[in-house]
Design a protein around this ligand. Structure first.
Ligand code: SF4
Length: 352
């Protein structure tokens, strides 16, 4: 706008049009005079909303999308009407009355990707098989949300929309773009930061930067093991930063009132699901000395990933063991398993 000699309020009008109304063409920015729209378009500027190129719909209502990035490569985003229970007990008010929407859903969670592929190489994750292809830009990250909200005619001011940055990629290895996207989402897109959760595999330098952010999502640590020895086997990133180093870094994040840090724990049959291991997790959480809870996720199978699902009784036993010792523990409902939309399953499995 400065280049065009225009005042700052024109920027705000453009932001509102792009992220509030989610226009897909500069000529739709109706708060601008026609002459200005034409002048800016003639100078070669354009705005756009990423395109959903493919949709897979699960029997449970979950939808998985392939969304085109700036270079045509696709990234995966998941829409979960009514959420997956991941928010339980983290102080975000998930039990509040839902809004007066007449839609099939009264609240929804969008799972957002931060990279195409991933370099972290967690052994139980399908995305890891891709390796890292590239980082997404801030626009591509926020754009996934814009595209999905537009598709469902959802409005964050009216509907209860939660975001989880748990799709493809490690957000803290694309830190600047990820945080710039958070500011777009919390600012002109009006999604409260307290309804966003970012999950990291434990990238300590990222957690330390995150601790200094004014506007930030809630934090989840993808723990998945009771100790470093087991974690190294399934998450090689542990060789770089041990569980203790990760927890020390998390302790520096100033939590909001009622906020809890989530430890995500994917249960892999016979690997990390024994009750003695639950006891070790209890010790870890106690030593952390910050308000925390554990989200348990029964591992979602994927082709070529050599793990077994835990049996349902084992999941319940593990949860009970944590709860009995005072650690809040919740089991996340698997969503969209049949369309490869569930945790750890995102890998452009095109046939659905
Ligand atoms: S679980 Fe997350 S961090 Fe680990 S490989 Fe998969 S996408 Fe990357």
């Amino acid at each position: 706008m400065a280049e065009f000699g225009l005042p700052k309020y024109r920027v705000r009008q453009l932001e509102t049009a792009m992220y509030g109304q989610k226009v897909a063409d500069i000529r739709e920015v109706t708060t601008w005079p026609k002459e200005l729209r034409e002048r800016v378009a003639a100078a070669g500027f354009c705005v756009g909303r990423p395109e959903i190129v493919e949709t897979f719909r699960s029997v449970d209502g979950t939808e998985r999308y392939l969304i085109a990035g700036n270079d045509g490569k696709t990234v995966e985003t998941v829409w979960m009407p009514e959420g997956d229970g991941g928010e339980s007990g983290d102080g975000s008010g998930e039990d509040e009355e839902s809004s007066e929407s007449k839609k099939e859903w009264s609240r929804a969670t969008i799972c957002v990707s931060s990279q195409i592929g991933c370099a972290v190489n967690c052994q139980f994750c399908l995305t890891a098989k891709l390796g890292i292809i590239r980082n997404l830009t801030a626009g591509e990250i926020a754009g996934q949300v814009a595209a999905v909200l537009k598709k469902h005619e959802a409005e964050p001011g009216r509907d209860r929309i939660n975001l989880v940055f748990m799709g493809m990629g490690e957000p803290f290895l694309n830190y600047d773009a990820f945080m710039a996207a958070v500011r777009l989402l919390a600012g002109p897109m009006e999604i409260p930061e307290s309804r966003m959760t970012v999950s990291t595999s434990g990238i300590v330098p990222g957690i330390l930067r995150f601790a200094g952010e004014k506007v930030r999502p809630k934090l989840a640590i993808s723990l998945n093991a009771p100790n470093d020895a087991v974690r190294e086997e399934i998450m090689p990133v542990t060789r770089k930063w041990s569980i203790a180093e990760v927890i020390d870094a998390v302790r520096l994040v100033p939590l909001r009132p009622r906020e809890r840090v989530t430890f995500e724990y994917v249960l892999l049959g016979g690997v990390n699901d024994r009750v003695e291991q639950a006891d070790e997790v209890v010790k870890l959480v106690r030593r952390a000395q910050f308000p925390a809870k554990v989200n348990l996720i029964a591992w979602n199978p994927g082709p070529g990933v050599p793990f077994a699902m835990p049996d349902a009784e084992g999941v319940a036993r593990f949860q009970e063991r944590l709860r009995a010792q005072g650690v809040p523990a919740f089991v996340r409902r698997p969503r969209g398993r049949d369309i490869y939309a569930a945790c750890g399953q995102l890998k452009k499995t095109g046939s659905g």
